[in-house]
Ligand binder design. Sequence first.
Ligand SMILES: Nc1ncnc2c1ncn2[C@@H]1O[C@H](COP(=O)(O)OP(=O)(O)O)[C@@H](O)[C@H]1O
Ligand SMILES: [Mg+2]
Length: 268
Amino acid sequence: MNHSQGASINPAVNTTDEVIVSAKGLRVYYGDKEALKGIDFSITKLGVTALIGPSGCGKSTFLRTLNRMNDRIPGFRVTGNLIIEGENPYAKGVDLLELRRKVGMVFQKPNPFPKSIYENIAVGPRAHYGIRGSKLDQVVEEALNAAALWDEVKDDYKRKSGLSLSGGQQQRLCIARMLAVNPDIVLMDEPCSALDPISTGRIEELIVSLSQTKTVVIVTHNLQQAERVSSHTAFFMFGELVEAAPTEELFANPQRDATRDYVSGRFG
Ligand SMILES: Nc1ncnc2c1ncn2[C@@H]1O[C@H](COP(=O)(O)OP(=O)(O)O)[C@@H](O)[C@H]1O
Ligand SMILES: [Mg+2]
């Protein structure tokens, strides 16, 4: 198999051995439906972990369980053990806002607020840290820079609506909005699936650069994308974690037949 495309970005991905997310026997139910059937999985600090697997296998459920985005779904229930940065996000007394600040999320479809580009980004640091005035301007500019959007919007970002941007720019705006509150963990659920190849390439570069300082977990149905951007890959099927390994290993030498079939395109 040819991994040269993956190799072009992968060496830039920085990883550590320090566990930042640890799931043990994690089960998630939607009513009677068991969507995650006892997941044992650790994610180490920094780098990019890709979650792959056929549609409906529980990738989004796993991701959304990490920052409690499933809480409001009727019938949602979680059991087992989940520790994020030393704390159980489902423990009594957990501050949801603080959890969402530490664990940021970007969705499949860019979802800017119908406000100026500036205001889209300013709202988080203002609410979380009480930042105002010229300091806020600085934080917004830094976030736009970090999301590789500054050069394209710097002339009119205080007036121009976030909704007037292209799809790819909107997604970078959503990334900037998330970065402005300085999360440690960045969750991305198929962040490029609504984007053209050029925008996708820019987001992929961004993912790799973010992973130098943040722990990125990305759901993707695009196996080439997983190879290009991730340091580790986890293959889910039918609500179970079938196999997780360093990305090159998982693609070159899968240990399970189901993984082999999936990564060779015979299934899913
Ligand atoms: N809001 C929901 N209510 C009920 N069942 C759901 C809900 N969201 C997902 N599911 C079910 O949970 C399983 C896992 O879904 P999901 O995590 O979205 O998978 P993936 O992201 O891998 O496509 C699927 O069987 C799906 O139908
Ligand atoms: Mg999904």
